[in-house]
Ligand binder design. Structure first.
Ligand code: WTA
Length: 660
């Protein structure tokens, strides 16, 4: 049986909350009791605590027409007013909202809430001048610059749902998203900085709009790099439009259920799903979770979420959650190794960052680069670390706490999805005894269960099942844009209409902690035994020579599926493995290591040592492509890869003789 709580020294550690931390933590144990006693009343109280309503609501949840929920439906509010105006009105206009750090060294600026206030008003007026009003959709295709937040908030100010498309997506992907949402205006930039160089964005917009028919009438272009760019009649410079626009703008209150944004995410079919979110319910849970899980304290913290604004994490935990809470945050434009591998730690040191929220893939990359890099910086300001996006293996969790958190900070592993809008399962840093590698419990107000194949809930430890959410929550998706049937079918049919099917495998441990085990399509069945790719990856990464691992289940005539692993070695092990005969020996050692950690059944049939893994630009490993290689198929669509040459290298390695 696996024992994921043991790190490579075979040490099992849990971390009770530090009493000093607990004494001032926002997330307290009594929240669990309050939510348990009155689920809807609890959420209504959060909605009143965290938000300012122009028309107070009297209705809570309406679940009379599942799976279509409404929350606080007769209330009215404006998301931009909540995120910006009210902080200025309360006298905190001089507080820094964003410490912007551009990728080129020295290119940084601070933006106060008062400055943000002026910009969102001007931008709202500029959009209104282009005919944008309540209910019109606006596509945003920008690098990680403050204008991205300004653009989103300006849309919210007008009641115009935004659809942010990640700047790494191609023109084709942008085109289909623009047309699906029928966006009238696109907000983009000439380019941004990546890996030390300007990288153009506007040409992709031009190509996306180069079709006979388009819903887009105007394009606003932020000048970021200053490089030459082709110009069309529909284009206007953002700075000129804002200069011309009036500096004050009255925000438009909208009903709580008015869609705040659409965000496309990939599903099992080729067509991306336009997940859309409400205003009141979404904002309530984004702000509440940012307070109780990230434990932000407005007057003392400097918060940094490293996500890109193009993903839901950037929406909920750069823009809507933290700004509604009025915090000061860092926004960084570029990559972690520009100009060198210490860049993030330099930023933490310079801005005395107190809370850092990032993805496990980043943590494992830093592990690969070595602990001596962060050790050169003063990271003593950090008091909380967070993780999101994929399971964080205990080894990476412990490294993160020890090396980045100075053996001092809590690490919160937060499980949620684009669809859930905000954090759902996570420790509360002032309450929970932390179990490295586990997201642990649903937060107060959230209910989850694990179901078996027949849809029966169970709590048996170590038995793998499907994670479901059993009660509506305020920030739940309100649907798939323009496709209510697909919404029902994808999320509310697998186990019947009362269970939201998350698509993730999960299990309990003996202490009742929930372990997320990756997408269910990543759960393998080897000789009738269920194995999680995440579990085997965790075992591999717990080996001292392994930096990163990706596991796929490849079809196998005898066993149904077989485990195929792709591993990146730590720097010190690379040279060693190149010695004659050593590569084979190492592969054998790793296979035995997995067998020892989990059981002989989990022993990978094949382990391929690779230099890189295929990752999307947001850092997710594309297991689908690895599966193609492992199953000897032509490799599928590689257009969303950050570096498409990676697959060629891996295929070459695969063609070389395999281990036994
Ligand atoms: C995975 C990102 C394990 C999961 C916020 C989910 C996680 C998908 C975790 C959603 C976590 C996210 N532990 N797995 N802490 N967080 N996931 O929509 O498979 O980009 O279904 O939202 O990421 O990814 P999405």
């Amino acid at each position: 049986m696996s024992d994921q709580t043991h790190d490579q020294q075979g040490e099992s550690r849990t971390f009770p909350p530090d009493p000093d931390f607990a004494a001032s933590a926002n997330g307290t144990a009594d929240l669990f009791d309050a939510a348990e006693a009155d689920h809807e009343g609890f959420w209504a109280e959060q909605a009143r605590t965290y938000l300012t309503w122009s028309t107070p609501f009297t209705q809570n949840l309406d679940w009379s027409n599942p799976p279509f929920a409404t929350w606080f439906a007769d209330g009215e509010l404006n998301a931009c007013v909540n995120a910006v105006d009210r902080h200025v009105e309360a006298g905190r206009g001089d507080k820094v909202a964003i410490h912007f750090v551009g990728e080129p060294e020295g290119d940084s600026r601070d933006i106060t809430y008062a400055e943000l206030h002026e910009q969102v008003q001007r931008a709202a007026n500029a959009l209104a001048d282009l005919g944008i009003g309540k209910g019109d959709t606006v596509a945003i295709y920008l690098p990680m610059i403050p204008e991205a937040a300004v653009a989103m908030l300006a849309c919210a100010r007008l009641g115009a749902p935004h659809s942010v498309v990640f700047g790494g997506f191609s023109a084709d992907a942008l085109h289909s998203r623009i047309e699906d949402a029928k966006a009238k205006v696109v907000i983009t930039a000439d380019g941004g900085y990546r890996r030390g160089k300007p990288s153009a964005l506007k040409p992709a917009v031009d190509a996306a709009l180069d079709h006979d028919e388009t819903s887009v009438t105007d394009v606003l272009v932020v000048r970021r790099t200053g490089e030459d760019t082709a110009w069309n009649d529909r284009d206007t410079w953002w700075h000129e439009a804002l200069e011309r626009a009036a500096p004050t703008h009255e925000a438009q209150p909208v009903e709580a259920e008015h869609p705040l944004f659409i965000l496309y995410t990939s599903g099992t079919t080729g067509k991306p799903k336009g997940i859309f979110h409400s205003t009141g319910g979404y904002l309530t849970q984004a702000a509440y979770t940012n307070a109780i899980v990230h434990d932000v304290h407005r007057d003392t913290d400097v918060y940094w979420c490293t996500a890109d604004i193009g993903w839901v994490t950037g929406h909920s935990y750069i823009v809507y959650g933290p700004m509604t809470n009025g915090v000061t945050q860092v926004m960084y434009e570029g990559t972690p190794d520009t100009p060198d591998q210490g860049r993030w730690w330099q930023i933490v040191q310079d801005h005395r960052v107190t809370i850092l929220y990032t993805a496990p893939t980043a943590v494992r990359t830093f592990m690969k680069w070595g602990a001596e890099i962060p050790a050169r910086y003063d990271l003593s300001s950090l008091r909380l670390l967070g993780s999101v996006g994929e399971p964080i293996n205990p080894e990476a969790w412990l490294w993160y706490r020890r090396t980045i958190g100075g053996d001092r900070t809590p690490v919160v592993d937060t499980w949620w999805q684009t669809e859930t809008g905000a954090i759902m399962i996570s420790p509360l840093p002032g309450v929970t005894t932390l179990e490295p590698g586990s997201a642990q419990r649903p937060i107060p107000g959230i209910s989850a269960e694990i179901l078996d194949d027949e849809g029966k809930p169970f709590t048996t430890p170590e038995q793998v099942g499907y994670l479901v959410l059993t009660k509506p929550w305020p920030s739940m998706l309100r649907g798939i844009w323009g496709d209510p049937e697909r919404y029902k079918e994808t999320y509310w049919s697998r186990f019947g209409p009362e269970y939201y099917f998350a698509g993730d495998g999960a299990k309990y441990d003996a202490d009742g902690n929930i372990w997320l085990l990756g997408r269910v399509d990543d759960v393998m069945n080897v000789s009738g035994h269920r194995l999680s790719t995440a579990e085997i990856e965790s075992a591999l990464v717990s080996h001292p020579k392994v930096a990163e691992a990706a596991v796929v289940g490849a079809s196998d005539e005898t066993t149904g599926q077989a485990v195929c692993a792709f591993v990146i070695l730590r720097q010190e092990a690379v040279a060693e493995a190149d010695e004659p005969g050593e590569g084979e020996a190492l592969v054998q050692e790793l296979r035995n290591h997995v067998a020892k950690q989990i059981g002989p059944i989990a022993k990978p049939r094949q382990i391929l040592v690779v230099a890189e893994l295929p990752k999307t630009r947001s850092g997710k490993i594309m297991r689908r492509l690895l599966k193609d290689v492992a199953e000897g198929r032509e490799v599928g669509d590689v257009t969303t890869l950050a570096d498409s040459s990676v697959m060629d290298l891996i295929k070459k390695g695969m063609d070389a003789p395999a281990s036994d």
